[in-house]
Design a protein around this ligand. Structure first.
Ligand code: ADE
Ligand code: ZN
Length: 327
């Protein structure tokens, strides 16, 4: 069969997707109508045409504006359900999904509304499509550590519904150590830990070192600049860290990159996984298209795609029985 058929047929796991970044234009219009939110676009094509950005801050401005249509429990349910339905159709059998509570609590949405809607969407998607999933709560890193701590405490009554903690949004001048106390408490409470270390940020190597040595993350989301430093590569190798790389996001943020990040990690034996990031804002590319991209641009062959798929199941925050069942 063709490579396209091979990719489509693989049972897959995803570990790096921002739920707010899966809000496709059609659903955004429906939710805006439901909640009487005025959108400054005539139709979905005009909305999609407005998704123009060239770096992380310009992307984030568009991404945050999009989430303003999310208000009710059913909106959060519909968001997760639509994403899981879509990826189940690409033979994804397991997904870990980021959400950013501060995007919503800051707009007056109660934590309970958000988490209950997200959880209902997960349960209904498993019932209807057989797909398993879990939630990772991310802190918005340009907000204060106090704001992150406040949302951490709101989450504690729901901690059985959240598998891990992450850190995302604008990395510049917001190093991992700013959140050291929260991640220390998070570990004590039983959360698994990951963090974004995006491409070409200020002090990027120091941020990667802090995430590994001071925070003790099990994964790094992106982490591309580690490839510049042999000592960081060695540290990641010794600790068995996993990397969640997002091919299409890298292409959007650094046109012409030609998947040298994915290729570089694979060649150095790092435990690379392939993921989506924000598909609704990245031309609607889901996992099959991301895998095809590294095949076409970086020469990932079938055995390499099997390796990254195995890595994703190995990196998943699930117990060994479920791991065996899924992979
Ligand atoms: N939030 C959503 N997408 C993100 C990304 N690619 N990097 C950092 N924060 C994000
Ligand atoms: Zn991300």
């Amino acid at each position: 069969g063709s490579i396209v058929e091979f990719i489509a047929g693989l049972p897959k796991a995803e570990l790096h997707v921002h739920l707010e970044g899966t809000l496709e234009a059609e659903l955004k219009f429906r939710l805006a109508a439901r909640n009487a939110v005025d959108l400054p676009y005539a139709d979905v094509d005009a909305m999609r045409a407005s998704y123009v950005y060239h770096d992380l801050p310009s992307f984030l401005a568009i991404f945050y504006e999009g989430s303003f249509v999310l208000h009710r429990e059913e909106d959060f349910r519909d968001l997760v359900y639509a994403y899981l339905e879509k990826v189940a159709g690409q033979n994804v059998v397991y997904a870990e999904m980021f959400f950013d509570p501060q995007q919503h609590t800051d707009r007056g949405i109660p934590f309970s509304v958000m988490i209950e809607g997200l959880t209902r969407g997960r349960i209904e998607a498993e019932r209807d499509f057989g797909i398993r999933s879990q939630l990772i709560m991310c802190f918005v890193r340009e907000r204060s550590a106090e704001s992150a701590m406040a949302v951490f405490e709101m989450a504690l009554p729901y901690k059985h519904l959240i598998v891990g903690l992450g850190l995302d949004s604008d990395e510049k001048d917001n190093p991992p150590e700013k959140f050291a106390e929260i991640f220390r408490r998070g570990r004590e409470e039983g959360f698994r830990l990951t963090m974004h270390c995006d491409v070409d940020q200020k002090n990027t190597h120091e941020h990667i070192r802090q995430a590994i040595e001071e925070i003790g993350v099990e994964r790094i989301d992106h982490g591309a600049n580690l490839l510049d430093r042999p000592e960081l590569i060695a540290m990641a190798g010794e600790r068995g860290l996993f990397f969640t790389v997002c091919p299409y996001a890298n292409e959007m943020m650094r046109p012409g990159e030609r998947q040298s990040i994915a290729r570089g990690m694979l060649d150095r034996g790092l435990r690379l996984t392939l993921n989506l990031d924000d598909p609704a804002y990245m031309e609607g590319k889901y996992i099959n298209e991301n895998m095809l991209m590294v095949h076409e641009l970086a020469g990932f062959e079938r055995e390499d795609l099997l390796t990254v798929t195995r890595n994703a199941f190995d990196a998943a925050w699930i117990d060994e029985d479920l791991r065996r069942e899924l992979h």
